[in-house]
Write a protein that binds this ligand. Structure first.
Ligand code: B12
Length: 230
């Protein structure tokens, strides 16, 4: 039963179907539950939220990526799937954030300049909020100076940078250098992530940490946090 629902969530992410009214890519799907109805159902059945996100939503987006690589899918298809994931995450967010967890440290999050991919960053933000951190998401395609200014004014303990394109990965390195120049590098721990980013790359650009996914982001922030911010 659990596996069936997670499988249906994956399928409907691939189909880009948010609700039961949506047609989807294949014929005859109208009327069947979409990603939002399935997510509600999964919650009602008590399915673990980590599984809904990892085995349902994120796994669905991975299949979308494979279809894009195989030229079966094009940009509007990816967008439809991304919107379906976003709609499901809105349903999950209050459940992640509940239980009156006190706000821990503050983290500014951004996707770097030239990069419009924000689905992963949004998931990271939601999971960090769910873990009790105050997240200031300053958006995608954000230039280095704006990030430096946000660190100066917000004074967060952490900065999370996201990049999905090999062409924008180095902007993360430039951002770390700009923080250094502005005398802010030792004031903030920088964590990086995104599909082309690796632990090794993170080290090479002088980041403090790397997370492979949203839960990895929470783990790394917790491990870098001072005792009162854990
Ligand atoms: C959806 C998507 C789009 C959507 C983005 C919609 C949106 N609002 O984000 C749209 C259609 C706009 C798009 C556009 C483009 N895309 Co695109 N896109 C994708 C796709 C299919 C999925 C990305 C995604 O959302 N994944 C799901 C999320 C959940 O995963 P994630 O982003 O990796 O995030 C997780 C982790 O990486 C990590 N993480 C992410 N950020 C951070 C940050 C921190 C601090 C931490 C700790 C962790 C972390 O946690 C996240 C949650 O688990 C990928 C293929 C793929 N398999 O990745 C291509 C892909 C990234 N796109 C690609 C390309 C080429 C483009 C375009 C250039 C296409 C074009 N010709 O116009 C444009 C570029 C636009 C731009 N300037 O940014 C390439 C990049 C190739 C490369 N090596 O550079 C990919 C890999 C597809 C491919 N194989 O060719 N894209």
């Amino acid at each position: 039963m659990i596996d069936d629902i997670l499988e249906l969530i994956r399928e409907n992410v691939v189909q880009g179907r948010i609700t039961q009214e949506d047609e989807g890519m294949e014929e005859g799907m109208e009327g069947q539950p979409g990603v939002t109805e399935l997510t509600e159902k999964a919650l009602a059945l008590g399915i673990n939220i980590h599984d809904i996100i990892n085995k349902g939503l994120t796994a669905g987006m991975e299949l979308v990526g494979q279809k894009f690589d195989a030229k079966e899918y094009f940009i509007p298809d990816m967008l439809a799937s991304g919107q379906a994931v976003g709609a499901a995450m809105e349903i999950l967010e209050p459940h992640l954030a509940k239980s009156g967890i006190k706000t821990k440290g503050k983290i500014v999050v951004a996707t770097v300049k030239g990069d419009l991919h924000d689905i992963g960053k949004n998931i990271v933000s939601i999971l960090l909020r769910g873990a009790g951190y105050k997240v200031i998401d300053i958006g995608n395609d954000i230039d280095t100076q704006t990030i430096v200014d946000a660190i100066r004014t917000e004074k967060p303990q952490f900065l999370g940078l996201s990049a999905l394109l090999t062409s924008t990965m180095m902007t993360m390195a430039n951002t770390i250098q700009a923080l250094d120049k502005a005398g802010l590098r030792d004031k903030v721990k920088v964590i990086v992530g995104g599909a082309p980013v690796s632990e090794e790359f993170a080290k090479s650009i002088g980041a403090d940490g790397y997370g492979a996914d949203g839960f990895g982001a929470v783990r790394i922030v917790k491990s870098l946090a001072s005792d009162e911010d854990k």
